[in-house]
Design a protein around this ligand. Structure first.
Ligand code: SAH
Length: 347
């Protein structure tokens, strides 16, 4: 029965080679199949034209290839593309293609729903249903790369793990997916073009540093005052800023890679001098830059974007200490593709 068959992409190259040897075939057959599965993105064993009919039949007797299906694709008036991606078990995640004049960025999901509980984020309302497999993350990137070539005439240039889910709560699968994306046996993309964004899980940030990863790190900070952060991101009660700070210092000490802080300024929450001073102080601990993200309302009315004036006050204060701060305007708002809006509205 189909259900009992293993997804062949859960096997490493070594395991595939061993599989062929234990079935009285040559180990290099494993390399061929691996290439079909990853760099050529085959969806069916019958696509593997350099294998005999018997070999293909033997593979489909033993395995399935679970691949994603782009159910619906919406295109925003600003060129942003949002894919609703159906997984083999029927669940849906979303990924986004964000074009600018010089590049195209894929924003991919790492979990179905999210393990965390940020009050301002639509994905958090879904709760975590399951982690994505490495191949499911990889396939989102492949799908967006294809769309980038089709609509913008060039391959995908960057990837951000800023879709649904908390990447560091699906650590192993995210790392495996990035290994494939950066491997010459996969997409051969430079890790410098990949950013993993976390709400800030100190233990896992330290693990990234120990694992000597080469991609960039972004942290969704939103406040440098514990009491405020506890309120808007309740899970942080277990990860206070002192611990986050320590993990970021460790990250920088090990990787020498600057951190990006993502920060939304909300009316009556963090649009005050105390919050600005706290952020400036926090930014001095580790080399960093700040992205001030525009708030995308999520239908509950609790949070409101702060005034232009308050945002300018942040920029002025940060810049006076030599900290680079940029305002990130939302993209794809009309199709609910902007930060924090991914929640399968039509699923
Ligand atoms: N869990 C990870 C990855 C998700 S990234 C993380 O939190 O970093 C999504 C980014 O959008 C995060 O910076 C998040 O804080 C931000 N975000 C969430 N809801 C938002 C909203 N409604 N408007 C603007 N940004 C939002």
């Amino acid at each position: 029965m189909q259900i009992d068959k293993k997804d062949i992409r859960s096997l490493s190259k070594e395991q595939l080679r061993d599989f062929f040897v234990s079935n009285s075939d040559k180990s290099f057959r494993g390399n061929q199949v691996y290439e079909w599965l990853w760099s050529k993105g085959a969806h069916h064993f019958d696509d593997m034209t350099n294998l005999s009919k018997e070999t293909r039949a033997m593979l489909s007797d033993n395995f399935v290839i679970n691949h994603i299906k782009v159910d619906t694709m919406q295109r925003s008036e600003d060129g942003t593309v949002k894919n609703a991606v159906r997984l083999h078990d029927g669940l849906v995640v979303e990924s986004v293609l964000i074009p600018t004049n010089t590049r195209t960025t894929a924003c991919v999901s790492s979990q179905v729903g999210c393990s965390l509980d940020c009050n301002f984020c639509a994905t958090a309302k879904l709760k975590r249903m399951r982690n994505l497999e490495p191949a499911e993350i990889y396939d989102q990137v492949l799908a967006i790369d294809k769309e980038s070539r089709l609509y913008y005439n060039h391959p995908l240039s960057n990837i951000v793990f800023m879709g649904m889910g908390e990447p560091l709560m699906n650590y192993n699968n995210v790392i495996k997916a990035i290994d494939m994306i950066t491997s010459t046996e996969g997409l051969g993309m430079s890790p410098k073009r990949i950013t993993v964004s976390t709400s800030g899980v100190p233990k896992m940030i330290k693990k990234l540093a120990d694992d000597e990863v080469k991609f960039k790190l972004a942290v969704s900070l939103h406040s440098a005052i514990d009491e405020i952060r506890f309120k808007i991101m309740p899970f942080t009660v277990n990860f206070p800023l002192a611990e986050l700070r320590e993990s970021l210092e460790y990250w920088y000490y090990k990787t020498k890679s600057k951190i990006t802080y993502e920060y939304v300024v909300w009316k009556d929450i963090n649009d005050n001098k105390e919050s600005i001073d706290a952020l400036v102080k926090f930014c001095k601990y580790v080399p960093c830059k700040v992205n001030l993200i525009e708030y995308n309302p999520i239908d509950d009315g609790e949070f409101q974007q702060a005034s232009e004036q308050s945002i300018n006050a942040y920029i002025k204060a940060l810049e006076s200490y030599g900290i680079v701060a940029k305002v990130r305007r939302s993209r794809g708002k009309d199709i609910d593709a902007a930060c924090g809006q991914l929640a399968n509205k039509e699923a």
